[in-house]
Design a protein around this ligand. Sequence first.
Ligand code: NDP
Length: 275
Amino acid sequence: MSDLYAVIGNPVAHSKSPLIHARFARQTGQDIHYEAILAPLDGFVETVVAFRQRGGKGANVTVPFKLEACALSSRLTERAKAAGAVNTLVFEADDILGDNTDGAGLVRDIVVNLGYALGGQRVLLMGAGGAARGVIRPVLEHEPAVLTIANRTRQKADDLQQLFASSGNVVSTAYGDLRGQEFDLVINATSASLHGDLPPQPKGIFAAASLAYDMMYGKGHTPFLQFAQQQGAARLADGIGMLVEQAAESFFLWRGTRPETEPVIEMLRSSLGSP
Ligand code: NDP
């Protein structure tokens, strides 16, 4: 019988994870079955328990359960501890190991796939939610000149600045105070694009050779990537690479083998009609 894995979320029907992991399994010759499970908003833990009883060996966790998954884990990896959120569960004999592969996925996409070195760069991270929090430590490990965090609710950016101050040069700010500053990499980790909105960043923030990265993806450019293009950002990237890379990191954790991500990114890009 195939080893059983799943993504658990609410909503979850839109998730590309079953498709991605099926491709990884075929590519690496691993015998797994991966499904999408819709958990009731008040029933995450029960859903995990039932899945484990059915023989589940591990799970990805998506919106809105990443914090609950963190609390449910009996052991956490260092990066999950730093992120305070879990997107990957490994069911061991006596333990549930919680990991967070989102940050590693983003950094691998930027550094390896896009060939963009982070060392010495001025990085702007917009947003202070779960996704932003998970990528701060992995970005700081590459020693950017500065990591500036801007958020609509300023206090949340300040809280993250304090939390990660000992890991690198981290600054927090309000969007309005970005006027007159330039960045080499601007990451949109807000959920504004989900609603077709643009975060309130001022004009003029993109340095000459800058990369604009939106964690969101879909058909055509997001409002943020359209803005970045108009503002002269040299390169644009959406979150498909991050999505596939975080999945590959989970797959590696479960199966001990690292799938090739490039063909899967290409396949998703063409099936979504993404630029
Ligand atoms: P959260 O709900 O935890 O956080 C949302 C963030 O967006 C908050 O900082 C919020 O600000 C901000 N925000 C929302 N709307 C606006 C707006 N109109 N203008 C400015 N700021 C806004 O979401 P997540 O952190 O979990 O996810 C963020 C994005 O990242 C989503 O689009 C998600 O799809 C994407 N993502 C992509 C992944 C991938 O693999 N590609 C993986 C994980 C996430 P405030 O604090 O003021 O409310």
